[in-house]
Design a protein around this ligand. Structure first.
Ligand code: SF4
Length: 339
């Protein structure tokens, strides 16, 4: 059995809200609250949810760009929070990020050569070897090596994202944290970049944490999917299982939102009403309680735990009890009734 490359254990990232002249901490924004998952080598985990659910903060917390409040991030067995700044710098070689906006993530005053040389210099790669590495990675990412002397602003969005991917891959990392890498691109270009990411994964045996709000994109690329809502994972499992048998009403609504070729074939769908509650003062029970079409009285008072429903498929919802092959209405729903 493959060992996990990355393990996230009970990760919490809280941002303090300070008030008054003395700047006393009045409360916390619970951006990431008790998030746990693991990713095996060569696997792609999709982290999905609406804007503000904490998925990008989780990605940045894993890369140690944001300090975590509690919990552990283990990469190849090493706890990243315990590493010194120097050790973390060298660890970054193995873990790279691809950002959402290819227009903002590349410095327009640098040539492609300067952009690609930055990580090589930072990790002490000799000058004589740099040029070959840059040309090779350009070719792998579908870019002409004569582009090395051009500036980033001379390229289209798709080409800029290829440069961003080349920059992330030039140090031959094991893990790529891709934060909405295609969200800012046209649909036709999105498909090219997704295919490129797939090909690169096969070629370099890459492991991806793929962060996206778009489940149709995740369906195309990911082996497993974790659905986040208000800083917590509400459903996680194999991508096929989640798309065939989504359990959580929130996952249901996200999958229902995927456009289909013939809308007449669409069955009744869940359309979410209302907004995501504030992460400063989340509901006492289930965080989805104010928007859930299947809400029960106990949902207002008891927070559902993330429990295993079937082989590796976990869900945090009072509608399901764990460890049963069959979906089963839990005792709380038996005693309850719809409100
Ligand atoms: Fe809906 Fe209750 Fe399940 Fe939360 S626990 S998703 S409110 S049914």
């Amino acid at each position: 059995m493959r060992e996990p490359l990355l393990e996230v254990k009970d990760l919490k990232i809280y941002f303090p809200i300070k008030k008054g002249i003395r700047q006393k901490v009045a409360s916390y924004v619970k951006a990431v609250d008790n998030v746990s998952f693991s990713i095996k080598e060569g696997e792609t985990l999709g982290l999905v949810g609406e804007s503000g659910c904490g998925k990008s903060t989780t990605g940045r917390g894993i890369a140690q760009l944001i300090k975590s409040t509690e919990g552990e991030v283990l990469f190849q067995g090493d706890c990243l929070q315990e590493l010194s700044a120097k050790e973390m710098r060298s660890m970054r070689k193995e873990m790279q990020l691809v950002f959402q906006d290819p227009y903002a993530s590349l410095n327009p005053r640098l040539t492609v050569e300067q952009i690609l040389a930055e990580p090589l210099k930072a990790h002490g790669i000799e000058r004589s070897k740099r040029r070959k590495l840059m040309e090779d990675i350009m070719e792998v990412c579908g870019l002409n090596k004569t582009y090395l002397h051009r500036y980033a602003h001379e390229f289209s969005g798709g080409q800029r994202q290829r440069i961003g991917i080349a920059r992330a891959l030039i140090l031959k990392p094991k893990l790529i944290i891709a934060d909405e890498p295609v969200a800012a691109l046209d649909v036709s270009i999105q498909a090219q970049i997704l295919n490129l990411l797939k090909d690169l994964q096969e070629e370099f045996r890459l492991t991806y944490l793929f962060i996206s709000h778009d489940l149709s994109v995740v369906q195309h690329l990911c082996n497993r999917v974790a659905v986040m809502y208000l800083g917590r994972i509400v459903e996680i499992g194999e991508a096929d299982k989640i798309f065939e048998n989504r359990l959580h009403p929130y996952t249901e609504s996200l999958i229902d939102a995927i456009p289909i070729s013939n809308p007449r074939n669409r069955k009744e769908r869940i359309i979410l009403q209302g907004d995501v509650p504030s992460p400063v003062d989340p509901p006492k029970g289930c965080a989805f309680v104010g928007r859930c079409p299947k809400v029960m009285p106990c949902c207002h008072t008891d927070r559902p735990e993330l429990l295993e429903h079937s082989d590796g498929h976990h869900v945090a919802c009072h509608l399901y009890s764990a460890k049963t092959e069959k979906m089963e209405v839990s005792s709380c729903s038996e005693s309850g009734g719809r409100v």
